[in-house]
Ligand binder design. Structure first.
Ligand code: SF4
Ligand code: SF4
Length: 56
């Protein structure tokens, strides 16, 4: 189970800076998580100011 970033993302970059496996990259209008890399550690959700990342 990987985490996924919702439309609430405001592209601040805090999640990408805190992801231990560099699974998060800046996409078109919001950041996106590569489900193949995500280890579901939850760091992105903890560091997001708008609660956009959630476990699928
Ligand atoms: Fe990266 Fe962890 Fe978020 Fe997955 S849950 S994208 S590994 S910070
Ligand atoms: Fe988007 Fe939240 Fe990541 Fe910022 S921390 S880029 S708002 S998902």
């Amino acid at each position: 189970m990987a985490y996924k970033i919702s439309d609430a993302c405001v592209s601040c970059g805090a999640c990408a800076a805190n992801c231990p496996v560099e699974a998060i990259t800046e996409g078109d209008g919001q950041y996106v998580i590569d489900p193949e890399k995500c280890i579901s550690c939850g760091a992105c959700a903890e560091n997001c100011p708008v609660g956009a990342p959630a476990e699928e």
